[in-house]
Design a binder for this molecule. Structure first.
Ligand SMILES: Nc1nc2c(ncn2[C@@H]2O[C@H](COP(=O)(O)OP(=O)(O)OP(=O)(O)O)[C@@H](O)[C@H]2O)c(=O)[nH]1
Ligand SMILES: [Zn+2]
Length: 358
């Protein structure tokens, strides 16, 4: 192996290539581009390759467009010869769904394997782009990748990829308003993905369940004081409670927008302004309602020496995932703060559709 990147590092390259708009090659015989970063020049180039390009979207997006998803979670849409980049973008991006409904049924593929398309969509999601990719068959993937200096990876490797190992980078004293005995720990995964943080208050006894919160990043709520959600008050409320008890650990997980990224969250907000609720908006974009991986939180807690928590949350799924990941939840501590006239419907939707406890 020597200096060459291993499979985890190649995956990180593939994600960042797609994010920049550079194609990648799947060794199963496909050249792939993310729709969100596709430009007209590369689109035109794609058309010079073997026959019609295929546009892959998720089952959720296909449902919105009333397209048949023969592969369940993935639909492979044929790009008609007379349709250009705008058409491709309008299949991927729901922004114009209401103003310009798609005309005619979309033709989707039934034959062939959906595996590489599923893998490519997973990479686009991991790159925090719209979950839609365009691809074309190529005969000699190894030669093609080498000739064009493109990242080559197998769909199988993408689909079987394990999450990167988290490394403890540094921790240092950080006096906070809620407690002068604060400490911030930085964790960095070795797969090129986002860092996560842990705020430790006081010196918690590792043999006892620790008051804990798994907080998912919300720039709009945490930092800007957005009234659309309850994140800011929950963040400050959790820290205040830890300060009052003198001990606690708050994980700040960089899973913005329930794991879809800030740009996609803003796309979801724009759909919410068209009348869709938080769950419907995610689905119209092609996402699951929650794309977060809570095992990261469990792993950080374990790395810090904790095996049991008193978890500040209204979300039973968090409790379940913690337990499934080996962290005992001795108690669920409700965290009900920050309801206002703008987020009442949002909180009601989370209760009705995502099982949150009111
Ligand atoms: N996709 C999407 N994400 C949102 C929306 N509103 C808030 N978020 C994100 O949702 C996450 C909120 O997560 P949390 O507060 O940890 O979680 P929760 O699942 O509601 O559970 P608890 O707060 O623990 O009860 C943050 O990542 C926000 O950025 C929205 O309308 N759409
Ligand atoms: Zn929020």
């Amino acid at each position: 192996m020597g200096f060459s990147p291993d499979i985890t590092e190649r995956l990180a390259r593939a994600r960042s290539d797609l994010r920049m708009g550079v194609p990648i090659v799947l060794s199963e015989g496909l050249i792939v581009l993310a729709v969100e970063t596709l430009d007209s020049e590369r689109f035109a180039h794609l058309r010079t390759i073997n026959g019609a390009p295929v546009l892959s979207i998720t089952g959720w997006r296909a449902k919105t467009l009333k397209a048949r998803a023969y592969d369940g979670d993935v639909a492979r849409v044929l790009v008609p010869e007379n349709m250009g980049l705008n058409w491709v973008q309008s299949v991927a991006d729901p922004a114009g769904d209401l103003a310009h409904p798609m005309k005619g049924p979309l033709q989707t593929l039934r034959e062939g394997s959906a595996g590489p398309h599923r893998a490519a969509i997973a990479l686009a999601k991991a790159a925090r782009l719209l979950p839609a990719v365009i691809s074309a068959d190529i005969g000699d993937p190894v030669g093609f990748a080498a000739a064009h200096d493109l990242t080559l990876i197998s769909a199988e490797a993408v689909l079987n990829a394990e999450r990167g190992t988290l490394r403890r980078i540094i921790h240092a004293r950080l006096p906070l308003e809620v407690s002068e005995a604060g400490r911030l720990h930085i964790f960095r995964p070795d797969d090129g993905a986002e860092e996560h943080y842990a705020v430790e208050i006081g010196s918690p006894d590792r043999s006892q369940p620790v008051l804990s919160r798994l907080h998912s990043a919300c720039l709009t709520g945490d930092l800007l004081g957005s009234l659309k959600c309850d994140c800011g008050p929950q963040l400050r409320g959790a820290l205040a409670q830890m300060g009052a008890e003198g001990v606690g650990v708050l994980l700040y997980l960089n899973q913005e927008g329930r794991g879809i990224g800030l740009a996609n969250k803003m796309r979801a907000y724009s759909l919410q302004d068209q009348g869709f609720d938080t769950v419907e908006a995610n689905h119209r974009l092609g996402f699951e309602d929650d794309e977060r991986d809570f095992r990261i939180g469990a792993e950080i807690l374990a790395r810090m020496g904790f095996s049991a928590v008193r978890l500040l949350t209204n979300n039973p799924a968090k409790v379940e995932r913690m337990e499934a990941s080996g962290i005992k939840v001795a108690e669920r501590v409700p965290l009900k703060v920050g309801e206002n006239q703008h987020n009442t419907a949002y909180l009601a939707t989370k209760a009705a559709k995502s099982g949150h406890l009111l």
